[in-house]
Write a protein that binds this ligand. Structure first.
Ligand code: GDP
Ligand code: MG
Length: 440
């Protein structure tokens, strides 16, 4: 998908300031990426309008690295639409808590019933599964199999007891649950291949009869552009308190998640990621945001661009070392490179996958970098180029000017001299490290 988007972000990477044209170009690519991820057009329009407004605002023009700032804005806005903080199930004050599942046929409701039961059991609950899908001949058996796998009891109409009325079954199940001390009742319902009036009427009837604490709308992540109309039909016909996104193990980009959350305003609560009962987890808006935009890829591209840029600089620096012309000014430039890493650190904090990298970055002490920078900036150009000029009174002046102490100024100058000496040796044999990196 987002090759073009990554290119756009990479191109922004080297810009100090974003022009409105840069922003427009980026927003166009974000729009394209979202449409590719099957996010509904109306949702994309609203979303890009918000991003554009923020990207043109102060926070970006003042940012150290505008491209990263824009990526961050896009990520933040995605997470907001996807529900910000994930929401937990609401449990009834007077058990049993009733959870009703609704959705099209094949969405993954029956499978979810088993997953929820297993998950709740692991937390000490005593769930009862209710077979209120009496539409398909084998639906009851399917739920019984799933219940057995989950180790949960299943309430079903007696075999041969006529066609059965799902509303009646659901009502009986609640009574049964109360008498058997089940604290959670999960009501599986019938779906149709498409949205139809009869399906909605039946689901609404079950809802009225059992007065559920949660109605979970289950939707197949692969549904694509139909997500919006399906979700709206269920919201109008049955209404639901939360959304479960199923089949996220497929290659669906998750655009449906954004569409459904955005048009219904209901939180996505769980993600189903396979046919097995353990392939299930509470929904994480931040992970989904990364998936939709392929943010992981974008970040690594920005980093690669950054690395290429750094290597160029390092080569130039290596030459200076070799020829003994490395100055405190170059040292300052290196510091500023390091500081840019700091803003990457902040952004990585939002991504669950980047833990290893975050630990490395945690070794950078930004405040120390800032003080070092302040010291060098308080020096005159001549002093930066010829540190030998730095006598006692100059050092005192610099300490005052930078809000540090003479001891700190001395330490910096020593470190610089050592680094320059060491690097001179290393430079003859190969690529240097960035001086000060170990100490920082
Ligand atoms: P229902 O009609 O809504 O009850 O849907 P089912 O629970 O019967 O699921 C329909 C099909 O999708 C079954 O073959 C399930 O095994 C499969 N399925 C359900 N959830 C997932 C999922 O998260 N990932 C994958 N790959 N398959 C799933
Ligand atoms: Mg089913």
């Amino acid at each position: 998908l987002s090759d073009r988007l990554t290119q756009t972000f990479s191109a922004l990477r080297t810009k100090g300031k974003l022009s409105p044209a840069d922003v427009d170009k980026t927003v166009r690519e974000i729009r394209r990426a979202l449409l590719d991820a099957d996010v509904a057009l109306t949702v994309v329009k609203d979303f890009t309008a918000t991003v554009r407004e923020r990207a043109l605002g102060d926070e970006v023009s003042r940012a150290l690295n505008p491209a990263q700032q824009v990526v961050q804005i896009v990520n933040e806005e995605l997470v907001t639409i996807l529900g910000g903080q994930q929401r937990r199930l609401e449990f009834a004050k007077n058990p049993p808590t009733v959870i009703m599942l609704a959705g099209l046929q094949g969405a993954g409701k029956t499978t979810l019933a088993g997953k929820l039961a297993k998950w709740l059991k692991a937390q000490g609950h005593t769930p009862l599964l209710v077979a209120a899908d009496l539409q398909r001949p084998n639906a009851v058996t399917q739920l019984q199999v799933v219940g057995e796998q989950a180790g949960a009891a299943v309430f079903a109409p007696e075999p041969g007891n006529g066609v059965g009325d799902p509303v009646r079954v659901a009502k009986d199940a609640i009574v049964h649950a109360r008498s058997r001390q089940h604290d959670v009742v999960i009501v599986d319902t019938a779906g149709r291949l498409g949205v139809d009036a009869e399906l909605m009427k039946q689901a609404a009837g079950i809802r009225t009869a059992v007065d559920p604490d949660e109605v979970l709308f289950v939707i197949d992540a692969m549904i694509g552009q139909d997500a919006v109309s399906t979700a709206l039909a269920f919201q109008e016909g049955v209404d639901f308190t939360g959304v479960v996104l199923s089949k996220l193990d497929g290659d669906a980009r998750g655009g449906a998640a954004l569409s459904v959350a955005s048009v219904t305003g209901r939180p996505i609560m769980f993600a189903s990621t396979g046919e097995g009962l353990d392939d299930f987890e509470p929904f994480h808006p931040d992970r989904m945001a990364s998936r939709i935009l392929d943010l992981g890829d974008i970040l690594s591209l920005i980093e690669q661009a950054q690395k290429a840029f750094d290597e160029e600089e390092s080569r130039a620096v290596a030459e200076k070392f070799a020829t003994d012309s490395f100055t405190l000014e170059d040292f300052l430039a290196q510091m500023q490179q390091l500081k840019k890493m700091g803003s990457i650190k902040g952004m990585l904090g939002m991504l669950p996958g980047a833990r290893g990298m975050r630990e490395q970055l945690d070794n950078f002490d930004e405040s120390e970098l800032t003080r070092t920078e302040a010291i060098i900036q308080s020096m005159t150009l001549a002093e930066r180029r010829m540190p030998k000029l730095l006598n006692g009174s100059r050092r005192l002046r610099i300490a005052r000017g930078s809000g540090t102490t003479v001891t700190e100024v001395n330490a910096l100058v020593n470190r610089f001299e050592q680094a320059a000496k060491m690097m001179k040796t290393v430079a003859k044999g190969g690529m240097p490290n960035i001086p000060g990196m170990q100490q920082m």
